[in-house]
Design a protein around this ligand. Structure first.
Ligand SMILES: *[C@@H]1O[C@H](CO)[C@@H](O)[C@H](O)[C@H]1NC(C)=O
Length: 312
């Protein structure tokens, strides 16, 4: 006890001495008749900050979500495009409190992600675009094959390729995502509906053959898919480990910001003009992701993919 006290006293003395030492040089310099040193140093700090800001924004690309980071949740509010607001305002309980982007690595588990990856690979094994981008749409059954699409649910040899467990996983993940949107965008979970298309994507570095392979064009989801109001992407692989290139890029006025795919990373954003984006070309490896999107308009709502798809 007394030992600690002594030590404290000693520290205080030492601190006092340091303080005195610090004061001395300041006194000396203030003799200077020109600009006061304090003002001068502030000017220097401000100018260097401006230089840093100038060069980092000149650099134009910010990393919003790094692959090496495990993000509990990171969001950015953006101004809704007026078109998006006008449309979404018609649906009570579905209009977001704010337009935004939100990334989290803590909602979908690694196990769920791996199950989904297996489903993707199991289906895509029977397809494959002649260009670099293939999709498997679990709702419609559309699977890229060569320059076209086939329906996995209508091919005799592929009957029962997907099992009840596969559909269960999809549904569990979809439900989690729906509640996560509701939470982070301030909407009612029973007022947003799964919508078409909901699909796995597989991207390789093969050159494009048809327009379906050209995923890298900047676009607004709401323009590509009229029914979308909330877009979500779940990454099934790691940027720089499973593939190179293939970062997701939001295009903003001042600078662009990237999301580096990470296994189990969920990215969610409002689908309007406020979230103009593209995906960089994949330069090597294979990039897997799943797109699960929601609409405010019940007439574009789709049922969860299920075994019924084989019999429709
Ligand atoms: C953002 O990306 C787009 C599309 O590649 C590009 O045209 C634009 O110059 C980039 N913006 C900035 C500020 O770098």
């Amino acid at each position: 006890m007394s030992n600690i006290k002594k030590r404290n006293k000693f520290n205080i003395k030492k601190a006092n001495i340091l303080k005195n030492e610090n004061e001395k040089p300041a006194e000396k310099v203030s003799i200077n008749k020109g600009l006061p040193l304090r003002l001068l140093s502030r000017v220097v700090v401000i100018i260097s900050l401006l230089i840093v800001v100038y060069y980092t924004t000149k650099n134009n690309v910010q990393t919003f979500a790094k692959q090496t980071e495990l993000l509990p949740g990171k969001g950015q509010i953006v101004d809704c495009s007026s078109e998006y607001l006008k449309e979404v305002d018609k649906y009570e309980g579905c209009a977001p409190k704010y337009c935004k982007r939100f990334v989290t690595d803590k909602v979908i588990s690694l196990r769920e992600t791996e199950e989904l990856l297996k489903i993707a690979q199991k289906g895509l094994k029977y397809g494959g675009s002649s260009g670099g981008a293939s999709i498997l749409d679990l709702h419609s059954g559309a699977l890229s094959k060569g320059r076209h699409f086939v329906n996995v649910y209508k091919i005799n040899e592929l009957k029962n390729l997907f099992t009840q467990e596969d559909f269960n996983i999809f549904r569990a993940v979809k439900e989690k995502i729906k509640y996560t949107i509701a939470h982070h965008f301030g909407v009612q979970p029973n007022k947003i509906y799964l919508t078409h298309p909901t699909f796995f994507s597989e991207i390789t570095s093969k050159p494009a053959v048809t327009v379906h392979d050209e995923y890298w064009h900047p676009h607004v989801d709401k323009e590509t898919y009229k029914s979308f109001h909330y877009t979500t992407l779940l990454y099934l692989g790691d940027y720089n480990i499973d593939f190179k290139g293939g970062r997701f890029v939001f295009i903003d006025e001042k600078y662009n910001s990237t999301i580096e795919p990470r296994k189990g990373r969920l990215s969610m954003f409002t689908s309007g003009g406020e979230n103009y984006h593209y995906v960089e070309k994949v330069t090597s490896g294979v990039r897997y992701a799943i797109t699960i999107s929601f609409t405010c308009d019940q007439k574009f709502s789709i049922s969860d993919p299920s075994l019924d798809n084989y019999y429709d």
